[in-house]
Design a protein around this ligand. Structure first.
Ligand SMILES: Nc1ncnc2c1ncn2[C@@H]1O[C@H](COP(=O)(O)OP(=O)(O)O)[C@@H](O)[C@H]1O
Ligand SMILES: [Mg+2]
Length: 237
């Protein structure tokens, strides 16, 4: 059973969407559109498919994300007012528990049990890894987080911050535990031209998928223009 992002071209490249109940990691450096993709997944889910969504932020106040989100055409305040989409800020909860991840995750679990969302976005999961001492603890914490949010068969997107130069996540563990990985990047071939935006389905457990880099744009409609693969684009020059 597939869960559509509602971005049609991406769903077709995924062979129909993400698998229901899967943990998806979306990774990339700043400004590639990770947050926009996550929000689009939630708003499309609520509007087109009647699925409840929860957006959990760990890095900035919810009000800031919402102000930014309101400028995008897919944003619909009535879905937030109706409780179809819930914005949650984990920052204060992290502080209250003195960044004790086990307690934080317990509280997240209680919140999720109350809301019962079918789609969850955690933006960014990277903070969890930064908050623990070593790679082992980080792996356990991320697995617990994934466990907490997938316990009621919700499909989740964990946003992972990556190095600007290499595109490799600061904590690759996040990609290892994922059922699916979508990498987002920019490429600047010619300094006098605009940079190109491109994404790659790096991993999709259980199905074949597009393996080339896929070009996309960001407009007030969100992520659009997925289609032409990058190799083709560069070849034409
Ligand atoms: N209305 C818009 N038109 C064109 N590009 C936009 C628009 N809104 C946002 N963007 C692009 O999206 C980027 C921010 O996307 P965001 O999802 O916040 O990135 P990330 O979460 O990966 O850091 C901006 O740097 C800008 O290039
Ligand atoms: Mg972001």
């Amino acid at each position: 059973m597939r869960v559509k992002t509602g971005i049609e071209e991406l769903d077709s490249k995924l062979g129909g969407g993400f698998y229901r109940g899967s943990t998806v990691v979306v990774s990339g450096p700043p400004a590639v559109g990770k947050t926009i993709l996550g929000l689009q997944f939630l708003f499309n889910g609520a509007r087109k498919f009647g699925e409840k969504g929860a957006y959990i932020t760990l890095s900035e106040p919810v009000s800031k994300t919402m102000t930014f989100c309101e400028k995008l055409n897919f944003y619909d305040n009535s879905l937030v007012e109706d409780g179809m989409i819930t914005f949650m800020d984990l920052g204060p909860i992290m502080m209250r528990h003195n960044i004790d991840i086990r307690s934080v995750l317990h509280e997240v679990g209680l919140l999720m049990d109350r809301i019962l969302p079918e789609r969850i976005v955690v933006d960014p999961i990277t903070i969890i890894s930064f908050a623990v001492r070593d790679a082992y603890e980080s792996r356990i914490a991320i697995l617990r987080m994934a466990g907490v949010i997938s316990s009621m068969s919700s499909t989740s997107i964990l946003i992972s911050e990556a190095n600007e130069m290499t595109g490799i996540p600061f904590f690759p563990i996040e990609e290892f535990i994922a059922d699916a990985v979508l990498r987002m990047a920019v490429q600047q071939g010619d300094m006098a031209k605009e940079f190109e935006r491109m994404m790659q389905i790096r991993k999709l457990r259980g199905s074949d998928h597009e393996r080339r880099w896929i070009r996309y744009s960001i407009t007030e409609e969100g992520i659009v223009g997925i289609g032409a693969d990058v190799a083709e684009v560069l070849f034409k020059k």
